[in-house]
Design a protein around this ligand. Sequence first.
Ligand code: M6R
Length: 358
Amino acid sequence: DKGPYPHFMLKEIHEQPESLARLLREVIDIESGALKDIVPTVDFRGADRIVMVACGTAHYATHVAKYWIERFARIPVEIEIASEFRYRPRVHGKHEIAIFVSQSGETADTLAALKDVQGHVTKTLAVVNVPTSTMARDADAVLTIEAGPEIGVASTKAFTGQMLALLALALKAGCDRGVVAPEMLSALVDDLVTLPRLVSETLALSGDIDQIARNLVQSEHVLFLGRGIQYPIACEAALKFKEITYVHADGYAAGELKHGPIALVDDAMPVVVFDGADALTEKTASNAAEVVARGARMVRIGASVEVCVAGVRTPASSEVVEPFVNAVVLQLLAYQAALAKGTNVDQPRNLAKSVTVE
Ligand code: M6R
């Protein structure tokens, strides 16, 4: 049931304050601010490597989480798309934890990759939305993202749920390994508690986003850029955009632009830049200046975007919350662009909700 919404995708985008609040309650004891023992059978203390395997949007969630796990738990992380991972001769770590991320828990390549590593890694962990899925059954341990049924083919609330579940794992691993001190954890928990509210505030920016979406969809190509943790956000933006608008879109690390893609930039190429409120802001700004100098129509998304610039000024948030805020912007951007174009939002051509064949 779509309720008052014209599409499941829009309904699911709007469910995020609630789905994230629900997951927060599963992973954190909000009263005391303590992390719950979310995966009691997974011991991160002796882990020498984490590998995360997924497809599509779930892969971009693992890419975001790589930054968190390396930062908060100081464990090296490898991320890979399942269809490549399973056919690569791989050297397993001695104490390696393999995490498989999937909304459906039924994606053929991710499932096959899980089966392939069994017996070669210390532990397998499935991060899924469907608790009764094959992946949940096959893995040694399971963490569910509590997003509720996701019907729209374009994954939205599952993406933010996957990010939050993986962030909780990063913090859990960081605490167990003594990297995250109690004061640091309590500051991060304070930030996380603001997440549902900030996501709601971002949903209210729909009017600003609509205007930009209408402009973008006039173009044949769109380039999305970000640095650091905003880089996978840019990639997810491009995936969502091409998936439902059929406009060619590419997600790039902003610093990589001058190594090739800048050749594409002219006044017919809109460039959307995700500005993070982190140490890379200045560098992203200088990459943005390079595309403007080549005549690109630039759109900036971030909390410090000046009102006079074409863009979306997002609510000020902390570093760990910002990827969620930007995720909501990219989802609305793709949704509204698809509406303007008149494509089938919930059931884009050639796509299935769950890819159960190789
Ligand atoms: O069910 P899964 O999370 O394993 O699905 C993975 C991808 O097929 C999925 O995320 C796909 O990329 C979405 N349609 C993207 O919106």
